[in-house]
Design a protein around this ligand. Structure first.
Ligand SMILES: [Zn+2]
Length: 154
């Protein structure tokens, strides 16, 4: 099914299949996402738009997103279980000298650890939870790229 953006008329993308949340991929469009089930339309607020337009160095811009992604990972792991949280965070440290806040730039770290240590079911629950938390921030390119990478089966 193809749904078009009510503002810019581009086809919307269903972020997580089956979620019913459709995003506009046009970065200059003010439309954010549509909840298909309720018909609720979300648009970027002026404030967000202005914040995004402030010229800033790449690292300044990245920092809050790294934290956002890190917290989403932490939260999702803790929801599944403390032992899984402990395992993933210690593997990140041992194998990559990294923590959850490094995963925005290095989604492969998380994927490799999940793949090597947990069955498909756990991985799916984990990724679904991360996508649910980060879905509403997917209008940020860096977060959308991170989520795309999680979806990528390689
Ligand atoms: Zn649009």
């Amino acid at each position: 099914m193809i749904v078009h953006c009510p503002d810019c008329k581009r086809p919307l993308i269903e972020f997580d299949q089956g979620s019913g949340n459709y995003h506009c991929s046009n970065p200059s469009c003010n439309f954010q996402y549509l909840e298909m089930i309720t018909g609720k339309e979300h648009r970027k607020s002026r404030e967000v738009e202005e914040m995004d337009n402030i010229p800033s160095s790449n690292s300044l811009d990245k920092k809050p997103k790294r934290i956002l992604v890190g917290l989403a990972i932490e939260n999702s792991l803790l929801n599944i279980g403390h032992s899984i949280f402990d395992k993933v965070t210690s593997k990140l440290r041992e194998e990559y000298n990294a923590n959850v806040f490094d995963c925005l730039e290095n989604p492969q770290y998380l994927k490799q650890i999940m793949k090597a240590n947990f069955d498909k079911k756990v991985q799916e629950v984990m990724y679904k939870s991360i996508k649910t938390i980060l879905g509403e921030f997917a209008y940020y390119d860096s977060i959308r790229q991170f989520l795309d990478e999680l979806n990528n089966k390689n």
